[in-house]
Ligand binder design. Structure first.
Ligand SMILES: Nc1nc2c(ncn2[C@@H]2O[C@H](COP(=O)(O)OP(=O)(O)O)[C@@H](O)[C@H]2O)c(=O)[nH]1
Ligand SMILES: [Mg+2]
Length: 236
């Protein structure tokens, strides 16, 4: 038992050291990195397919008065196997690197460091890290990101914050996705809200449907704010 604890401590120490280096490197380049964490199928890649074209000006935000400053995104795609998500992102015509864990249930900071080596960081404002689909392990590993974003879909059940408290405690924002399916589920918004707020008083919750586009504009506005925080008000 004592040996196991020592090994775990050492893995986390190595990770924290690499995460601190990533954070310094990103700050020096004034690049915002966001770590997207959810169960498999909650909609991480779908969310990226919605927000990235809006951020880079390829699609107009409904109701926006004037075109907004262009935000250049890149993606680090974490998966256990296949390059399928990276292929989806490549269609958006932005830089993407697939990070395969070969069975590992989460990304670690050393993998992010190698992924950053492959990106043209001087030409990027925002790096999305799509973590491996899992709502337990990824929350334990700091990658050097500016913020963790949790994505929960209404088809997963409103008990998930109570059952997986670490992720919901750690997130800076939460996307509640697949709102178009809400009438077909028994997801209880009151239970979700109560349990989530018991763990996290501050994080905004965005009710979104990647299928219909509902709520995407508000979330995109929040992403712009994060980039503005990193780059200074005059830049975005
Ligand atoms: N009805 C509905 N389906 C969605 C929504 N978002 C994603 N999906 C579907 O959910 C499945 C998993 O989405 P994906 O983005 O690959 O999830 P990921 O594994 O978290 O990256 C796909 O079949 C998507 O089309 C949504 O808002 N509504
Ligand atoms: Mg995906």
């Amino acid at each position: 038992m004592a040996v196991d604890i020592k090994v775990l401590q050492s893995i986390l120490e190595v990770n924290d050291h690499a995460a601190a280096e990533n954070r310094e490197r990103l700050a020096a380049g004034r690049v915002t990195a966001l770590n997207l964490i959810s169960a498999p199928g909650a909609g991480k890649t779908s969310l990226l397919e919605r927000v990235i074209p809006t951020l880079n000006g390829a699609t107009q935000v409904e109701g926006a008065a004037q075109p907004e400053h262009r935000i250049r995104s890149a993606v680090l795609e974490g998966d256990i196997a296949t390059t399928r998500d990276a292929e989806r992102i490549l269609r958006l015509d932005i830089p993407v690197v697939q990070l395969l864990t070969g069975g590992g249930c989460h990304l670690e900071a050393t993998q992010i460091s190698k992924g950053l080596d492959e990106l043209p960081l001087g030409e990027v404002d925002l790096v999305f890290i799509e973590n491996v689909g899992n709502i337990a392990c990824p929350a334990e590993f700091d990658l050097g990101e500016a913020a963790k974003i949790g994505i929960l879909s209404v088809t997963e059940g409103s008990d998930k914050p109570a059952k997986y408290p670490l992720l919901f405690h750690e997130v800076t924002a939460l996307v509640l996705n697949k709102m178009d399916l809400l009438p077909h589920t028994d997801f209880d918004l009151d239970v979700f809200e109560r349990d989530f707020r018991g763990l996290n008083a501050a994080a905004p919750v965005f009710h979104i449907s990647c299928r219909t586009g509902e709520g995407v504009a508000a979330f995109t506005g929040w992403l712009r704010e994060r980039v503005r925080e990193t780059q200074g008000a005059e830049a975005v």
